[in-house]
Design a protein around this ligand. Structure first.
Ligand code: CUA
Length: 319
């Protein structure tokens, strides 16, 4: 090769390397800037293990908000296709919040709009990070890792209340929870409403109408299921073990996945069923508060797979 040609190529190579070097420098500046100025921090890995073991940890058995010390809160969150448990989190403004989060099935994201929180939820890992919400308001949470057909519906809310308002609300909720298991041992609708708002509303909606093609309606349909022969047990099994596969409701086909909610307590499951059966078009069609915690405990003894639950559904004679 001629010396001149060689020199020309080498010149272009040096220019190219300079451009790459400059690009790298710019990226490093961005990273340093976001760490130092914006206060970005990276979720730390708190624990590793199989997803099954991790979601069996006490804090993920009943995920949610816990006050660990005055002004300090712990939030535990589990991501699963296609919801966060809990979907709605209430916190006081100004409190130091430590989050712990993991995923039950596949990779999910935990992105809180208007903050620098954007955490990857990895099955088999517990991520932890700290955050303080200074401003009261509603913060939208969304999953930002594609996780399946209904990824776009995987959303949640963090409601940040002024501290005094939060304390009052907390008192009310504790009073409602204390109403659980009154004389007859039935689970309260007030508790059920909370459970629904935290876990079910993202898919089945506040109206109980669900979403076409993915999440079946509960309004009217839950009462139909309850009325069918075997329907009372079927509803318990759906809540505990989930159901997977294509189903028909009122002539429409639904292909979403209902995850099992065995991590909720017996009271919570009984309460949310009672709430659903007392709401919307189900109201008045079912005796008052049909489920008690003991009914749920009994169903836990026979573990089913979501496919088996689907098969049970096929045996119901739904009109
Ligand atoms: Cu979970 Cu996308």
């Amino acid at each position: 090769m001629h010396e001149a040609q060689h020199e020309a190529i080498a010149r272009w190579e040096r220019r190219w390397m300079a451009v790459m070097g400059a690009l790298l420098a710019v990226l490093v500046v961005f990273i340093v800037y976001s760490l130092a100025v914006e206060g970005a921090h990276i979720g730390q890995r708190a624990q590793r293990g199989t997803p099954q073991d991790l979601t069996r940890l006490e804090m993920f058995q009943s995920p949610g908000v816990m006050e660990t010390a005055p002004g300090q809160f712990r939030v535990s969150v589990v991501g699963q296709a296609f919801s966060f448990a809990p979907a709605v989190i209430q916190l006081p403004a100004g409190a130091e919040v430590t989050f712990f989060a993991s995923a039950r099935d596949v990779l999910h994201g935990y992105h809180v709009a208007g903050t620098n929180m954007n955490i990857e939820l990895i099955p088999g890992e517990v991520a932890t990070w700290k955050y303080t919400f200074r401003e009261p308001g509603e913060y939208r949470v969304s999953c930002n890792e594609y996780c399946g057909v209904s990824h776009q519906n995987m959303v949640g809310t963090i409601q940040v209340l002024p501290a005094a308002e939060y304390a009052a609300l907390r008192e009310q909720q504790e009073a409602a929870a204390a109403g659980v298991g009154d004389e007859a041992g039935v689970a309260s609708v007030a508790l059920g409403e909370q459970v629904y708002a935290s876990n079910c509303v993202a898919c089945h909606q506040a109206t109980g109408q669900g979403l076409p093609g993915v999440f079946p309606p509960l309004s009217g349909h839950a009462a139909n299921l309850y009325a069918a022969d075997g329907g009372r047990d079927y509803l318990l099994n759906v809540l505990l073990y989930g159901v997977m596969g294509s189903i028909q409701v009122n002539g429409a086909t639904y292909g979403g996945v209902m995850p099992g909610w065995a991590q909720l307590s017996d009271e919570q499951i009984a309460a949310v069923l009672n709430y659903v059966l007392a709401s919307w078009d189900n109201a008045g069609r079912v005796e008052e508060l049909p489920y008690a915690a003991a009914d749920v405990a009994e169903k836990r003894e026979t573990a089913l797979t979501p496919d088996q639950v689907l098969a049970l559904r096929g045996q119901l004679d739904l009109e």
